[in-house]
Design a protein around this ligand. Structure first.
Ligand SMILES: Nc1ncnc2c1ncn2[C@@H]1O[C@H](COP(=O)(O)OP(=O)(O)OP(=O)(O)O)[C@@H](O)[C@H]1O
Length: 312
């Protein structure tokens, strides 16, 4: 369990984390989302005591991180992959961690296997690819068999097999009753693994919700229907929980609260000819963009960049 209370971090004038209140509960995967610079890494660093809050507090499994007698056995964190001595092998790195934290050597072998690093465990970590570095970071996070696991962008640099591995790992850890807190910019991945979401923007809490609720609030499932007599179709579709929009004079209606099948059946029942009937589901990505639109600090641009050919 992770509990943040009015958690705040300022760097000079910049407020990186602004009075965050949230709880990350055991038994499910909680996604930590936000645009670049939203304060996710800073929050995660404060959770494991690598940065001190300016004000407020954050506890892991009921205590401040530094107050735990065996912190590695309480919370395993992947914060910056490859933050390991390049001359050391994965095995040496994990072994040193295990030795200094009273963790048995057999656990080192176990996490090496778990992370799929068996064939490269004796090689210098400096020669590791980004994906292998991520796997090693995750192996280190799991070394203490912690109740709480926190991973910052774990999917970064992993190949499709690695992405699948992480997906199963995270859901498996949550199914064992652990607290799993994971940040990512990959919405499609989050939609698959996360049950709960904490979304931040410019350091502030924007949403503490579930994937389903976020998607539902962003428009949920909309059905577009084109009818010969849209006014009449409107009349037969209205009902509790049904929302219908459409421009005057247009054949198209956008309907939420009914499935395409229900709309098709109603139209047939009343003899209304349809030209189109298509269901559209709002993705987590769209819901996220909608929610964070005003909180994005670093906007990209796809216009105004002139290539030499175009400029000529
Ligand atoms: N040590 C620091 N000194 C000054 N400013 C910092 C420091 N660390 C972070 N910041 C600033 O705090 C803000 C939050 O940064 P942070 O890295 O926590 O965001 P993030 O959500 O993890 O971003 P990203 O998705 O890009 O990794 C940013 O504006 C960043 O520039």
């Amino acid at each position: 369990m992770i509990e943040a209370h009015q958690l705040t971090k300022r760097y000079g004038e910049k407020t990186a984390v602004d009075q965050l209140d949230f709880v990350v509960r055991p038994g499910s995967v909680t996604g930590f989302l936000g645009p670049n610079g939203a304060g996710k890494s800073t929050t995660m660093r404060m959770i494991v005591g690598l940065d001190a809050p300016t004000s407020g507090s954050v506890k892991v499994n009921g205590r401040h991180y530094a107050r735990h007698r065996a912190p590695l056995q309480e919370v395993g964190a992947l914060l910056e992959a490859k933050s390991i001595h390049p001359g050391r092998s994965a095995y040496q790195h994990l072994n040193a961690l295990a030795l200094t934290h009273g963790i048995p050597r057999r656990r080192v072998e176990e996490v090496i296997d778990l992370a799929g690093l068996g064939s490269v465990a004796k090689k210098r970590a400096g020669a590791f690819s980004l994906g292998m570095g991520q796997r090693l970071g995750i192996a280190a996070a799991l070394l203490g068999d912690p109740q709480t696991v926190m991973l910052d962008e774990p999917v970064n640099g992993l190949d499709p097999e690695g992405v699948l591995w992480i997906r199963n790992l995270l859901t498996g850890l949550a199914a064992e009753g652990r607290t799993v807190f994971v940040s990512s910019h990959l919405m499609s991945e989050m939609a698959l693994v996360a049950d709960h979401l904490i979304i931040v923007g410019r350091g502030r809490l924007l949403a503490d919700t579930t994937v389903q609720d976020l998607v539902r609030e962003a428009g949920g499932n909309t059905v577009t229907v084109a009818a010969q007599d849209p006014a009449r179709l409107r009349e037969v579709l209205v009902g509790h929980g049904v929302e219908i929009t459409g421009r005057a004079g247009s054949e198209d209606l956008h309907v939420t609260g009914l499935t395409a099948r229900e709309i098709g059946l109603k139209a047939a029942e009343h003899g209304i000819a349809l030209f189109e009937l298509s269901a559209r589901t709002v993705s987590l990505e769209e819901a996220f963009m909608d929610l964070t639109r005003d909180a994005v600090e670093y906007h990209g641009s796809t216009t105004g960049i002139e290539t030499p050919e175009r400029a000529a």
